[in-house]
Write a protein that binds this ligand. Sequence first.
Ligand SMILES: NC(=O)c1ccc[n+]([C@@H]2O[C@H](COP(=O)([O-])OP(=O)(O)OC[C@H]3O[C@@H](n4cnc5c(N)ncnc54)[C@H](OP(=O)(O)O)[C@@H]3O)[C@@H](O)[C@H]2O)c1
Length: 261
Amino acid sequence: MDTKESYAVVTGASQGLGKAFAENLARKNINVILVSLPGQNLKELCGELEQTYHIKCHYYETDLSVHENVMNLTEWLNGSFDIHILINNAGLGGTKKFTEATPDYINTILQVNVAATSLITHQLLPNLLKQPKAYILNVSSMAAFSPIGFKTVYPASKTFIHSFSRGLHEELKGTSVFVSVVNPGAMKTNTEVCKRIEKQGFWGKLTLLNPDKVASYSIRQLLKKDSVIMVNPISWLVMKILPIWIKLPLMTQAIKREIEA
Ligand SMILES: NC(=O)c1ccc[n+]([C@@H]2O[C@H](COP(=O)([O-])OP(=O)(O)OC[C@H]3O[C@@H](n4cnc5c(N)ncnc54)[C@H](OP(=O)(O)O)[C@@H]3O)[C@@H](O)[C@H]2O)c1
């Protein structure tokens, strides 16, 4: 693939899994465009990637929970670059009693996880379709496979991402664009996530993943055209085998421990 003048876009690229995606793409000699919230040292990361891997890097700082920002971002991308890889990684969640969640908390999860992912994909698709080969990778979660109390909106948003990706994959068969979804389990991305997982006890620790490994495996599988990427087959099998009446209370109990701890 000639990627010299073409770019991969990564959202949520300043830290955690998004940063690992950016580094892994750069290591493969792929130019990258990093997108993140303002004030996350993206300029420095961009410079580091350019220097270390001799690739081209651009960055764009914006809050993806605002519709207008998503539109401005995609307009800038389409007007300035050929894009052959889109990684919709930006996504957030948390653990809270639903009654204690603020409208802002709920809205931000829905806007970033659901609306921004769908709209960025929609707006960049004409650009991707112009490339000889192009790829979209959406970051879902193991949480897509079960509803979970005290998380409620987050797993529902990841079920959306999973379903959206599978549907789009089928719709775009026979085009130059390949769509994939990855469903990681818990990852050691930031100290807050690590602390949360510690509180979940045995189950949380057993399934903890390294973001760099998740990113490199996901990119490898994406380029091999694996449409559903499972980074943690044991957890996936457990989720598949367990009936909902067992896994729903089990997962909810584990998450409830985070609140009680
Ligand atoms: N960590 C886990 O255990 C885990 C497990 C399964 C799936 N995932 C998924 O993996 C992806 C990355 O997670 P992570 O743990 O690496 O991230 P994180 O450290 O929890 O940070 C949240 C992510 O969302 C982005 N983000 C949050 N609010 C945003 C906003 N308003 N506008 C733009 N971007 C926003 C952040 O980007 P910037 O900080 O760069 O702006 C960052 O990439 C997410 O989709 C997450 O749901 C994570």
